[in-house]
Design a protein around this ligand. Structure first.
Ligand code: CO
Length: 161
């Protein structure tokens, strides 16, 4: 596994729509492993492939609660409900934090690294992280959704993303 450099904003790769994965091979496995290592190294709870320089529809979310990381290959949002405003950050914006409105609940379908489809439901902070990462895959960055910028001195402990 290789820790890769995080692509920081502004960079064109972060704002373009990614390509779907069609081959579930060793290259995909290596990309997922590298992304996971890179996310841990940077204390993130989520990472999207464009953030390591690959314009591919792949993301990982791991809230660090002892569960397996969620590998999202070719994810699609099936349903959302509710609305919550919370503080977010992003590995591609090291100094920026802000309040973003997101659904409270999300149901997504995605593929595993072997190509099997699965469905996932998530709420609250986990739903937020998943939707933040799927936005990355559509070239949408959280700064465009910030309702209020939050000074780092206002932050509580929960905000790495
Ligand atoms: Co991000």
């Amino acid at each position: 596994m290789t820790i890769r450099e995080i692509v920081k904003s502004p960079n064109d790769i972060l704002t373009k729509k990614t390509k779907k994965i069609v081959k579930f091979d060793q290259n995909l496995a290596k990309l997922l492993d590298d992304m996971y290592e890179t996310m841990l190294e940077n204390d993130g709870i989520g990472i999207a492939a464009p953030q390591v320089g690959e314009s591919l529809r792949v993301a990982i979310v791991d809230l660090g609660e002892g569960e397996e990381p969620i590998e999202l290959v070719n994810p699609e949002v099936l349903q959302t409900e509710g609305s919550v405003i919370e503080i977010e950050g992003c590995l591609s914006f090291p100094e920026l934090f802000g309040e973003v409105e997101r659904p409270f609940y999300v149901r997504v379908k995605a593929q595993e690294r072997n190509g099997d489809w699965y469905e996932l439901e998530a709420e609250d902070y986990e739903a937020r992280a998943i939707l933040h990462e799927i936005d990355h895959l559509d070239g949408i960055l959280f700064d465009s959704k910030i309702l209020r910028v939050v000074d780092p001195s206002e932050l509580e402990e929960e905000v790495d993303e």
